[in-house]
Design a protein. Structure first.
Ligand code: UDP
Ligand code: MG
Length: 341
């Protein structure tokens, strides 16, 4: 048994049976280097339906540096990331994806920057391997987000990042449900720096983000960090009222001065339909915020941990109790643990 790990890797995993062996092999290769700090790997199984849970348990039984947190169902990437961050023990954590799009070979560069005194080191995507349309969408989105949001999130920064203890503590304290971790991370402040990395294509399997889920994440980013949509509504309302008043003035003037009776059934209908549409659209925007308030006031946990399997590399006394988890020595029979918020 050793004392506390110096570095923790936090990795959400969902249906990654194809890439998991590759990921673990690459991580082991990195961690086995003599110069590399002692490291724990926290893998969160986000309710996978393929062979992932079994592969993870087997890996934990073989490698005492692994901790596996099984969630009770699929809670989504951001919730799984949160679960991973709740279960790390080192003062420095690196958040990364399981599909090798975030290359483990970047981690030493993160550590170098951290040694220079930075609390957050995040990867800026210098290049992407996706198609041109998707690339365009990503770029356009990050720019839009920066335009509307009060907090200037760094452009093209993803979740792949190193976080030090002060930031980790802050992130753990933020229990909002509509989570957008890269935004929260930026919001937390401290000394942050981005380094350019190439974002690889998935090593195998396929992205768990459907177009719809990506759209939802994008909407989350905007609505969680700004009230600009609400302000836009007010501004548009004011502009419409001004236009209506001006038009009414013009109609009265033309009737009185030129004797023209008001005309234009088509104009009337289009105005009514247009405004009804705008009102419904804006009710939708208000609804979006109300729905978010509703989600938050319910105060449900962000995820529910079913069981936690931990290797015996680290002594229990060195762990701070952050969540309710159970230690399993030697990666043996896992024990059920309670839920974490
Ligand atoms: N993931 C997860 N829960 C989900 C979807 C994804 O834990 O519901 C994990 C997935 O295994 C991967 C990471 O989150 O490690 C990023 O997912 P993905 O590669 O599908 O997203 P993309 O890279 O396409 O944005
Ligand atoms: Mg991916």
């Amino acid at each position: 048994m050793t004392s506390r790990p110096l570095l923790s890797l936090a990795i959400p995993v969902y249906n990654e049976e194809e890439v998991l062996p590759l990921l673990l092999a690459q991580l082991r290769e990195l961690l086995d280097r003599p110069s590399f700090p002692s490291t724990e790997i926290v893998l969160v199984n986000d309710g996978s339906r393929d062979a992932t849970p079994r592969l993870l348990d087997e890996a934990a039984a073989r490698d005492p540096r692994l901790t596996v947190v099984h969630l009770s169902r699929n809670f989504g990437h951001q919730a799984a990331l949160t679960a991973a961050l709740d279960h790390v023990h080192a003062d420095v954590a690196v958040v990364m994806d399981a599909d090798l799009q975030d290359s483990p070979s970047i981690i030493p560069r993160f550590l170098e920057k951290h040694a220079e005194g930075y609390d957050v080191v995040y990867a800026i995507r210098a290049s992407r391997q996706e198609g041109p349309l998707l690339r365009f969408c990503y770029r356009a989105y990050y720019r839009l987000l920066n335009m509307v949001s009060e907090s200037r999130a760094p452009l093209d920064a993803g979740d792949f990042a190193l976080l030090s203890r002060p930031v980790l503590d802050q992130l753990r304290g933020m229990r909002e449900h509509n989570r957008y971790l890269r935004g929260l991370r930026h919001w937390a402040g401290f000394r942050q720096i981005g380094i350019e990395v190439d974002r690889d294509a998935r090593a195998g399997g396929r992205s768990n983000y459907s177009a719809l889920r990506l759209f939802k994440l994008a909407i989350d980013g905007i609505f969680s960090f700004s009230v600009v949509p609400l302000r836009a509504m007010a501004a548009f309302g004011a502009a419409t009222v001004s236009a209506a008043v001006a038009y009414a003035g013009y109609t009265i003037y033309s009737k009185l001065v030129w004797g023209d009776p008001p005309q234009g059934f088509a104009a009337l209908i289009s105005a009514i339909v247009f405004l009804a549409g705008v009102q419904m659209l804006f009710l939708g925007v208000i609804g979006e915020y109300v729905g978010r308030i509703y989600e938050e006031v319910k105060g449900r946990p962000i995820y529910i941990a079913d069981r936690v399997v931990r290797g015996d590399r680290w002594t229990e006394s060195t762990f701070r109790s952050t969540a309710s988890y159970t230690t399993v020595t030697g990666g043996g029979e896992p024990v059920r643990s309670g839920s974490s918020t």
